[in-house]
Design a protein around this ligand. Sequence first.
Ligand SMILES: Nc1ncnc2c1ncn2[C@@H]1O[C@H](COP(=O)(O)OP(=O)(O)OP(=O)(O)O)[C@@H](O)[C@H]1O
Ligand SMILES: [Mg+2]
Length: 330
Amino acid sequence: MRQYLADTAGVHPEREYFLLGALGQDLPGAITVTTETNQAWPNVSRTNPDDVTSTAIEHALRFSLAGVQLKFSAVMSALGGLTIPARGIGGHWIVKLPSRDFRHVPENEFSMMALAKMVGIDVPAIDIVDVDTINNLPEGISHLGSKAFIIERFDRTDEGHSIHTEDFAQVFGVFPQAKYEKASYRNLARVIAAESGDGGIAEFIRRATFNVLIGNGDMHLKNWSLIYRDRQHVELSPAYDFVSTIAYIPEDRSALTFSRGKAFTDYTFDELEHLAAKAALPRKLVMGTAQETVALFMQRWASEKNHLPMDKDVRTAIDKHLKTLPILTA
Ligand SMILES: Nc1ncnc2c1ncn2[C@@H]1O[C@H](COP(=O)(O)OP(=O)(O)OP(=O)(O)O)[C@@H](O)[C@H]1O
Ligand SMILES: [Mg+2]
């Protein structure tokens, strides 16, 4: 992703300030980064210094959300079609393209986000679309897979204003490379409880439980965010990036430690009791929400698993995974 962005902007991939200068107008949340003088950077292109043009900058602006899987900020036209805006900034949807490394991730993510919505989790508007129908994508993307997952941005208003968000790596001052370490669900729970009370705790437990049920081993610190809707009060942002990873990585476990353990089989009512005690959360709310989520999930999973667009492998992997979970038998 970095290489791609750097090439598009005509910047050396290790010149981080110049890359930031090129991408800084469309970052997550309400942060923007601009050069002090508002001028183009000096020639730093690896190949041809003359490549550093405003066109190159505009191209680069399209690809600025952090992460490895190619994704773009896109605009939904009045007729329903999606376009990557020519100037790059101002898109209200995120388009997540098929991955080079794993099969049918967009179908998997759409299915998991749809299920999450069905168990009461706060999920933005989502859809699954044909890659072919998206205008302005770079060449050669469509051979990776035919479907893209799209999700409405919760950090932009209809009028195009930015709403500030920060992920938990930012909250804890942890560098992205350490997003799987350094903090546990216990640490997250303490912050959420302090900032947004019982509603926030229930939503947190719902999401934690759901991601254990689907076998999502990638809920690292950057996949949990806070949102400042009125610039003062803080709550959990809507959910994003729910993918069943056990279908690709059978031995996967939770990205973050729950209270003591990391294996999906460690997520028990005893573990939740421990988490509630250590993070000073209301015990009844935690246990009740987890129980409710498990019950609702099992209902929805049974009725929807054959209708959602996930691969058969994903469905089979989740069915097999569910049989191993102690949280189901308590
Ligand atoms: N609907 C949304 N609205 C606003 N910001 C979002 C939304 N979805 C994702 N983001 C932001 O974009 C970043 C990347 O998105 P996402 O986590 O879905 O991509 P990813 O490539 O799967 O990430 P990862 O690096 O975890 O694999 C998120 O960390 C978050 O900051
Ligand atoms: Mg992510």
